[in-house]
Design a protein around this ligand. Structure first.
Ligand code: ARG
Length: 458
């Protein structure tokens, strides 16, 4: 039976009925719908709006439904309009008239916003946990690779040597900010709309603070029209998840590059790779590609939600029913991506020799070599020029800078001495970059400690 079957016949055109229904999507909030209804019923009892015997029937009935849900014995009606209708009809089937009283001083408008907030609050908790696992696994990787020299890039052109730990530590920082953003989003989400009713509150003597407390909300939303119209929390979570997706996508892109043949910096484990049906030698980084690819749907979901809301007059409009599918999809997508990424990183092999070789072949000591000349009183612009000459010479001879003999250096400038070879040693270079935030092993160790301390605050 339709909850709104008042002056209408309740007989919708069959296609319209299906078009109108949202149960397939919003049944995901069934636990929260029951929880919210129990809190509402308790409030109706305590304020004397409904007699205690009705409240007992209602709460027992709802608990019975919850029990059956838990042991998978509840039959979900595929034709139900939405989760709120389903639960109310189910309750009324069991306890009769008292079930029909549950909706006193409530509307589906405040109910749906309550359910969604409770549901997303739980999901935020889960995503936070997954982010924490991801950061922890990156911290261990970084600790094991404090001295693993690798090329750092700008424009994807080899730039200066860094360490693998330094690179991973950069992703830890991003993920920490993601955690903060989730936390922050939860602050605004965790306010109770329940009791706003359809839009204009109610003349029943309800106690909104009581339901808010029972449902563990931090506060009560202060304006009933805002309470039923606001979907900022959905937009915010969509945005935060989009930023997480983008971070994961950048990292996935790097894994794809690093695992390609010319690089060979990492080997993604077989558990996270696929082969080709035709090329026997192939090992494809499909999981990383999927993480990169799924970013598209997460960003699409954000745009969908923003666009859906942008022209809606206050208060509720049915457009808002379209807020759920996309945010649920983004939640699920980010959860699986975080899980896959953490495991893929933890099982990946790092090829230290290849990374080091790439720094030599990329002439990544050039900047430090120029600084060497500067210390011998050559103006930086000239030093830059002289080193470019040396790099050119080495590359023409197929050599690294370390392989060029001292005479070659002295032909370019008489100030070169044998100590230049220590200056262009990649490990020495990295060791000297101990400014705060830099790649020196001691400094990255400090960064990782900082990350771990921060993690404890969540
Ligand atoms: N299924 C609806 C939604 O998700 C519930 C709210 C219905 N309210 C209404 N006035 N028709 O938005």
């Amino acid at each position: 039976m339709k909850l709104w079957q008042g002056m209408l016949s309740g007989e919708l055109n069959q296609t319209a009925d299906q078009f109108n229904a949202s149960f397939k999507i919003d049944q995901r909030m069934i636990d929260q719908d029951i929880e919210g209804s129990i809190a509402h019923a308790q409030m109706l009892g305590q304020t004397g709006i409904l007699p205690q015997q009705d409240i007992e029937l209602i709460i027992n009935g709802l608990n019975e439904i919850k029990q059956e849900l838990e042991n998978n014995s509840l039959d979900l009606d595929p034709d139900a309009e939405d989760v709120h209708t389903f639960i109310e009809n189910e309750l009324t089937k069991r306890i009769g008239a008292a079930g029909k009283k549950l909706h006193t001083a409530r509307s589906r408008n405040d109910q749906v916003s309550t359910d969604l907030r409770l549901n997303l609050r739980m999901e935020i908790q889960e995503i936070k946990q997954l982010l924490q696992n991801y950061i922890n696994s990156m911290c261990s990787m970084a600790e094991n690779n404090l001295e693993t020299i690798m090329p750092g890039y700008t424009h994807l052109q080899a730039a200066q040597p860094v360490t693998f730990a330094h690179h991973i530590s950069a992703y830890c920082m991003m993920a920490l900010r993601d955690l903060e953003r989730l936390q922050d989003c939860k602050k605004r989400l965790n306010s109770s709309p329940l009791g706003a009713c359809a839009l204009a509150g109610t003349s029943y003597p309800i106690d909104r603070q009581l339901t808010a407390d029972l449902l563990d909300f931090d506060s009560v939303m202060q304006n009933s029209m805002d309470a039923v119209s606001d979907r900022d929390f959905v937009l915010e979570l969509n945005s935060v998840l989009s930023i997480i997706a983008i971070h994961l996508s950048r990292q996935a892109e790097e894994l794809i590059i690093w695992s390609s043949q010319p690089y060979g910096f990492v080997k993604i484990s077989d558990d996270f790779s696929t082969g080709s049906s035709i090329m026997p030698q192939k090992k494809n980084p499909d999981m990383a590609e999927l993480i990169r690819g799924k970013t598209g749907r997460v960003l699409g979901n954000l745009i969908q939600a923003l666009t859906m809301i942008k022209g809606l007059p206050l208060a509720y409009a049915k457009d808002m029913q379209e807020d759920k599918e996309s945010i649920f999809d983004s939640v699920d997508t980010i959860k699986i991506c975080l899980e896959i990424m953490s495991q893929m990183l933890a099982t990946m092999e790092v090829n230290r020799d290849k990374m080091l070789l790439a720094t030599e072949l990329g002439y990544l000591s050039a900047t430090d070599l120029a600084d060497y000349l500067v210390k011998k009183d050559i103006p930086f612009r000239d030093a830059h020029h002289l080193v470019a000459e040396l790099v050119d010479l080495a590359s023409k001879e197929g050599k690294t800078l370390a392989q060029l003999p001292l005479e070659a250096y002295r032909e370019v400038s008489r100030v070169f001495e044998p100590d230049l070879y220590e200056v262009i040693d990649m490990k020495n270079i990295v060791m000297t970059k101990e400014s705060l935030g830099g790649p020196a092993p001691q400094e990255v160790k400090r960064q990782i400690e900082w990350v771990k301390q921060k993690l404890k605050t969540f």
